[in-house]
Design a protein around this ligand. Structure first.
Ligand code: HEM
Length: 539
């Protein structure tokens, strides 16, 4: 809390100093004009900053009035509701928002510091969020991934990127691609069966598995299977941290925190170099005479054909940088989200022996049984890997619960609150994957799309089928091979930037085959009830 208070004081001081400086400069200009008549020519120049200040203040007053009808905490003129938003520090805004929903209801306005777009948080996910007028609001990404799906604004360039990449992520292509990845998963399963972890803990293993699987899917043989990807994973985390920090803080944070900005640049550089070398290896492979057609038709191949470094190719060329940045956007989009979803699925299953037994019995009979998908969806409902998504429209206002949210508002659905909203899901605190099962040929009463964990509209998550397929296959294999036993004597903490990262995965994997020995993996965790309390209710 101390650091939040310090940060807010710093912002407050900066606004104060900036206003004082404008007033002083203008005052000085006017005073000199009175003393030296010739200086009257400079008076407009001296008064201009004052005019701008007055304009800015008038806009802020208009903004505060515009949202006066929307429930929410009382904002301060300069800092808006940053204090409420940072109640639990930077990596726990999801908790702060759940609490705001508890206090103010399903629609909550949050004014950001002066100069930033205000947002309205929802504990439901209305269909209008997917309307074509709505664009995903990833303002912050535009500074770090500006040439990729993540950071491009809706428009021609974004559509071109989706058109080139979407075929790789369609269900059929995903099925073909992921069936080649069994060997990545096998490395982890083998290590766990012999009582080892590959990277020191179950949490680290899941993280590495996610990066390795995604990297192999995107880049095929050109993905460098390094034993240690810690630096690469840390770089993804650093980038997410930068994106999220910029999204929720005043515009001047980039200049105010040069060390943070330098760390983000270094992280970007690290990912860029790592993925650039994969692209270059593929270009070399394709350049070998008679071998162009040997390379798999994966994402890297599409990018290799598009890059302006390719000796041949279609008319549309993307810059080399654009191609590598797109790879960064894909790995940053999926790595942490998949490993968190798996981590929480294992945790929930270890604490629900009945669900675990039933799931195991069913996957032993049929490895593709839908129960595993339902478990993943139930995990996403309770622990959404990307806790908030936001949309913005220049023209479209929407009405939620009878409250009109004006156009040009950053409308954000807070998925933890949506998943626990009793008006949408029954018995919300129970881990009950069967809620998503169709009965007797009928559609299930509840579907995960009500919570939109993968976003909405034309910019919904491009990796959705891939993430579901990869996680389902791996979870299915883990259930077949291991009993999942809870570890109760430790406390897990969560950091939510773009996606959530747990401090550990409190599960012991006990091999079911007699030759294996137990793997004790992590050392913390609250009981499920505590974990749910952290996620908070959202009624
Ligand atoms: C459990 C796993 C995942 C979750 C929960 C998740 C969630 C999301 C969400 C909420 C969005 C924002 C959608 C919107 O603005 O409406 C998104 C976008 C995106 N995701 Fe995922 N994602 C996951 C896995 C992946 C994977 C595996 C990849 C890479 C193949 C990926 C790549 C992307 C990209 C590139 C975007 C930006 C799409 C665009 O703006 O056109 N995600 N994801």
């Amino acid at each position: 809390m101390k650091s939040t208070a310090r940060l807010l004081n710093l912002y407050g001081c900066l606004y104060g100093v900036a206003i004082a400086a404008v007033l002083a400069a203008s005052g000085l200009g006017v005073a000199s004009a009175m003393v030296y008549p010739a200086a009257w020519l400079l008076a407009p120049l001296a008064l201009a900053p004052l005019g701008l200040l007055a304009l800015g203040m008038a806009r802020r007053v208009r903004e505060l009035r515009r949202y006066a009808h929307v429930p929410g905490p009382k904002p301060s003129f300069f800092l808006g509701n940053l204090r409420s938003l940072l109640l639990h520090e930077h990596g726990a805004r999801d908790r702060a928002l759940v609490e705001l929903h508890q206090a103010h209801g399903p629609v909550v306005k949050v004014h950001m510091a002066w100069g930033s777009t205000p947002f309205v948080s929802l504990s439901s996910a209305p269909k209008e969020l997917g309307h074509r007028d709505m664009d995903s609001n990833r303002v912050a990404d535009r500074t770090v991934l500006s040439q990729s799906l993540m950071g491009l604004q809706k428009g021609e360039r974004h559509t071109a990127h989706r058109q080139q990449l979407s075929p790789h992520f369609a269900p059929k292509a995903v099925l073909q691609g992921t069936s080649r990845l069994e060997e990545v998963s096998a490395l982890y399963l083998q290590a766990w069966t012999s009582g080892q972890t590959r990277h020191g803990s179950l949490k680290a293993d899941l993280h590495h598995w996610s990066a390795d699987s995604l990297g192999s899917f995107l880049c095929g043989r050109e993905w460098e299977q390094r034993t240690d990807l810690s630096e690469y994973l840390a770089a993804i985390g650093e980038l997410e941290e930068a994106i999220s920090f910029r999204a929720f803080h005043p515009l001047f944070v980039r200049w105010l925190f040069p060390v943070r900005a330098a760390r983000a640049r270094a992280a970007y550089r690290h990912l860029f170099d790592h993925l650039k070398s994969a692209l270059e290896r593929r270009l070399q492979r394709r350049a070998q005479p008679g071998r162009e057609d040997e390379a798999p038709r994966d994402v890297l191949d599409t990018l290799a054909r598009l890059t302006d470094l390719a000796p041949t190719g279609g008319k549309t060329r993307w810059s080399h940088e654009e191609c590598v940045e797109e790879l960064i956007s894909l790995v940053a989009g999926g790595t942490d989200a998949m490993s968190y979803t798996l981590a929480q699925a294992l945790t929930l299953l270890s604490r629900s022996p009945d669900v675990q037994d039933e799931a195991r019995a069913r996957v032993l009979q049929d490895p593709g049984d839908l129960i595993v998908r339902n478990i993943l969806h139930e995990t996403m409902r309770l622990f959404p890997a990307v806790p908030f998504s936001s949309k913005i429209s220049k023209v479209r206002s929407i009405a939620v619960e009878g409250i009109t949210i004006p156009a040009r508002t950053n409308v954000m659905w807070m998925k933890t609150a949506v998943g626990l909203n009793e008006a949408i899901f029954a018995d919300t605190r129970r881990f009950k994957p069967s809620r998503f099962a169709a009965g007797g040929g009928k559609r299930p009463a509840e579907t995960i799309t009500r919570a939109m964990p993968f976003g909405a509209g034309a910019r919904h998550c491009i990796g959705r089928h891939l993430a579901e397929d990869l996680c389902a296959r791996f979870l299915s294999a883990v259930l077949r091979e291991f009993d999942l036993v809870p570890v109760d004597d430790v406390v897990v903490s969560f950091s939510a930037t773009v996606s959530v990262t747990p401090s550990s995965v409190p599960v012991r994997l006990v091999p079911r085959r007699p030759s294996g020995c137990a793997v004790v993996t992590e050392t913390h965790e609250p009981a499920l009830a505590d974990a749910l309390q952290m996620a908070g209710p959202g009624r």
